[in-house]
Design a protein around this ligand. Structure first.
Ligand code: VGL
Length: 206
């Protein structure tokens, strides 16, 4: 693939220990802890590097409880289903995996899901309807970015939604599967189909 570094950004989506087997009580994604090398390689192809993290509070309304299992629906404008508690600010699960830069070293960084009744997936909006920007789209446009390379966790949730939001905002989007891992095979396959259907390039590696 021919990439123009000057107009290309690299996006590390939610590459946090809470989505790896390092935090088995959270939302462990097999192989999630192995993504630093492919993400650093991806970033070397781009002029700007941006990233995101879930930064959840302990009192989140979407958390799994007795009789309220994972994936069961939860009512609210900006929540949908229940998840194990994960990526709580101030805990190990909130940290980026080893081998990535400190968040302060990124050109732009999104912390999302901070409100107890908001659980966004895509990193471009704080709400589920895509109304309240996190600012990353504006940042990329202001800096003349046209192409965004995307990797991270998890392919079937936050990576997919971030890629779709970027595409809808007018960027050329490339999802780099070597730098992603997903929660389940069926939802990863469906995510790849949906992203390709939206005009996103999904590649095995960069
Ligand atoms: C994610 C499920 C729940 C993700 C976040 O980062 O893909 N998945 N919360």
């Amino acid at each position: 693939m021919k990439l123009d570094r000057e107009t290309t950004a690299s996006f590390d989506v939610d590459v946090q220990k809470g989505f790896t087997p390092l935090c088995p009580e959270e939302l462990p994604v097999a192989g999630g802890e192995t993504l630093a090398d492919p993400l650093n390689r991806q970033a070397s192809l781009a002029r700007l590097r941006v990233g995101s993290k879930d930064a959840h509070p302990l009192n989140a309304v979407w958390k799994v409880e007795e009789g309220k299992p994972p994936f069961s629906p939860v009512a609210g404008e900006n929540v949908d289903i229940r998840w194990n508690m994960h990526c709580v600010a101030g805990t190990r699960g909130h940290e980026l995996i080893d081998g990535l830069p400190h968040p302060a070293r990124y050109d732009f960084f999104v912390q999302k899901g901070v409100e107890p009744d908001m659980h966004p997936y895509g990193a471009c909006y704080h709400d589920l309807s895509g109304r309240q920007s996190t600012g990353v789209i504006e940042y990329l446009k202001l800096n003349g970015i046209r192409t965004v390379l995307v990797g991270g966790l998890a392919t079937d949730y936050c990576v997919k939604n971030t890629a779709l939001q970027l595409r809808k905002a007018g960027f050329e989007v490339v999802v780099n599967l070597e730098a992603c891992r997903g929660i389940a095979e069926a939802t990863v396959d469906a995510a790849i189909r949906e992203m390709r259907g939206a005009g996103i390039e999904v590649v095995d590696s960069l």
